[in-house]
Design a protein around this ligand. Structure first.
Ligand SMILES: Nc1ncnc2c1ncn2[C@@H]1O[C@H](COP(=O)(O)OP(=O)(O)OP(=O)(O)O)[C@@H](O)[C@H]1O
Length: 304
């Protein structure tokens, strides 16, 4: 049984893994890829072509939550062995997309393929880890007790507890009660739990929210070390500055990917010097493209 069915506090939908993985880390250089009405307009650069199949392929995704249509024909790919940042303002659909990738979100159309399997497939329970927005650990247990508990659930051995504690820099806190930890330390324990099964894909929803700059920097270094080991890291943030830590960027607004790019490509193609300004420029461009007289609409009008 994977952690997907574990009853962790507030978050019953965590999964984790055990198995061999690709060990390649390939930096990407690709241009901004524009998307139109949820369809891929063009694919450019090494990441899209890749040395291997993508970790995640989403086609024509349609999701409704309550009365809100969150995605209406979303398509994208996430390469393996890299840090992909899904960035966008609050409410644009980041968490819903994460949920779809880990297979806990009801979808109303389209497909979500993860590591070659439909999202949520049994075979993925041991391959995909999901670290939700709120740290999913028990306050009244020590760090070691939490890790031992979740290790048993995913079938990891006792050594795994020591290994993941070391990976997240919490070895000296193993005997501490989680209730007594700082926010950053709690996030680390939660991440350690996600790593227990040795995942191929780790999905992190706003892992740095509420943390001070030093802790955020440390966490990003940790994510980098995971990617360097070949783990695919998919991380959301609404802080645009965090874009600079990623290999690949998916910029989202109102349920649409408005750019699929790299940090370098983002700044270069928008002619800006910081990610905030770049994002604003992309929004302006995407709105301009939707106005009559521009882009696809203009072409349709001209041909009719
Ligand atoms: N349980 C729900 N029921 C109905 N609508 C929901 C539910 N959860 C989210 N939504 C709506 O779906 C849309 C996308 O929400 P989502 O949480 O995916 O955005 P987000 O980008 O992750 O936001 P944040 O950065 O604030 O976490 C929003 O309009 C939100 O109001």
């Amino acid at each position: 049984m994977g952690l997907q069915s574990a009853q962790s506090p507030g978050h019953p939908d965590r999964s984790a893994l055990t198995s061999g993985r690709e060990s390649a880390f390939h930096p990407v250089e690709c241009q901004v890829t524009w998307w139109d009405n949820g369809s891929m307009a063009s694919v450019s650069g090494n990441a899209a072509q890749g040395h291997d199949s993508p970790a995640v392929t989403i086609r024509d995704l349609f999701i409704r939550r309550g009365r809100t249509v969150v995605f209406d024909g979303l398509s994208l790919q996430i390469p393996r062995g890299q840090i992909t940042g899904l960035l966008g303002p609050s409410g644009c659909g980041k968490t819903t997309l994460m949920r779809a990738v880990v297979g806990v979100q009801k979808i109303h159309g389209g497909t979500v393929e993860v590591l070659g399997e439909p999202a949520g497939a049994r075979a993925l329970r041991s391959l995909v880890a999901y670290d939700t927005q709120t740290a999913s650990v028990y306050d009244d247990l020590t760090v070691r007790q939490n890790l031992n508990y979740f290790a048993r659930i995913v079938g990891a051995d006792r050594e795994a507890t020591e290994r993941v504690a070391h990976e997240v820099g919490m070895t000296s806190n193993l005997r501490s009660l989680v209730a007594n930890l700082s926010g950053g330390q709690r996030s680390r324990v939660s991440l350690a739990v996600a790593l227990l099964g040795d995942p191929e894909l780790i999905v992190l929803d706003e892992p740095t929210v509420g943390l001070d700059p030093t802790l955020r920097q440390e966490l990003w270094m940790l994510f980098r070390s995971l990617a360097q080991r070949g783990i695919t890291v998919l991380v959301t943030s609404h802080v645009m500055d965090e874009a600079l830590h990623c290999d690949r960027l998916l910029l989202m607004r109102e349920g649409k990917i408005i750019a699929d790019t790299t940090p370098t490509g983002l700044l270069k193609d928008t002619g800006t010097t910081n990610p905030d300004a770049a994002f604003l420029e992309l929004i302006a461009r995407s709105e301009q493209r939707l106005e009559p007289g521009h882009g696809k609409h203009a072409a349709q009008q001209e041909s009719s």
